[in-house]
Ligand binder design. Structure first.
Ligand code: AMP
Length: 224
């Protein structure tokens, strides 16, 4: 039987497309080393580290963080991640400059990209998801729920959890983040287009439905 290869993946798409949810489901199924740059930055802010203090305001405004910071973060993360587990990047690269620098890093490490999983979602659905997104906080593992999901809301409250909204999920910041995506991040897809690694996936429907669509692609990537 052909040896299965650990894939080198980017999960891509607008805010609200479900990148982090899908990344989580993917690593439950395949032992891929994964990083979410947004989550990593939010944790730095919460821990009040020098990096957290440096990015706190830009993050709350929905602005992108400096390319240099992001490139060096990913570069050191990759150097420390076990090669045999492959990688899954959620939230990086987000600008063409990041994508260019990332290509140089991967060349040096001789770890070519396997696929870009491009989640596609309408603006109205993204606004609905982000506007209603809350974290059930204070009751163990982080759980993300939607305020219109009544049973999930009561489950959280009955366990003594708090429903916390991300500062960048406030209405004016949602619009800003979607605009930033359209103005800067979408161009990353154009950058990768000639390499023919991009798989566009409908991000509508339930997380499990989207996970099945993604699973089929990852399956074909790992058996190549
Ligand atoms: P996310 O959780 O992926 O929606 O990211 C939340 C926020 O983190 C973004 O709005 C940016 O402020 C910041 N961020 C995450 N990844 C990057 C990146 N690769 N480049 C610049 N800013 C980033």
């Amino acid at each position: 039987m052909a040896q299965k290869k650990a894939p080198h993946l980017i999960i891509f798409g607008p805010p609200g497309a479900g990148k982090s949810t899908q990344a989580k489901l993917l690593v439950e199924r395949w032992p891929i080393a994964a990083i979410s740059t947004g989550k990593m930055l939010r944790e730095e802010v919460a821990r009040k580290t020098p990096l957290g203090e440096q990015v706190r305001e830009a993050l709350a405004r929905g602005d992108l963080i400096d390319d240099e910071i992001m490139v060096s973060t990913i570069s050191s993360w990759l150097e420390n991640s076990p090669e045999d587990r492959g990688f899954l990047l959620d939230g990086f690269p987000r600008t063409v400059v990041q994508a260019e620098r990332f290509a140089e890093i991967l060349d040096e490490l001789e770890r070519p990209l396997s696929a870009i999983l491009n989640l596609e979602l309408s603006v109205s659905e993204a606004v609905y998801r982000l506007g209603g997104r809350r974290q059930c906080y204070g009751v163990g593992a982080e759980e993300i729920i939607h305020v219109n999901d009544e049973s999930a809301v009561s489950r959280c409250l009955e366990r003594g959890g708090l429903l916390v909204q991300r500062p960048d999920d406030l209405p004016n910041v949602i619009v800003k983040r979607l605009n930033v995506y359209e103005a800067e991040t979408e161009q990353v897809l154009d950058y990768y287009a000639p390499r023919k690694l991009t798989h566009t996936i409908n991000a509508g429907g339930s997380p499990d439905e989207v996970a099945q669509r993604i699973g089929r692609i990852v399956e074909s990537t790992t058996s190549r």
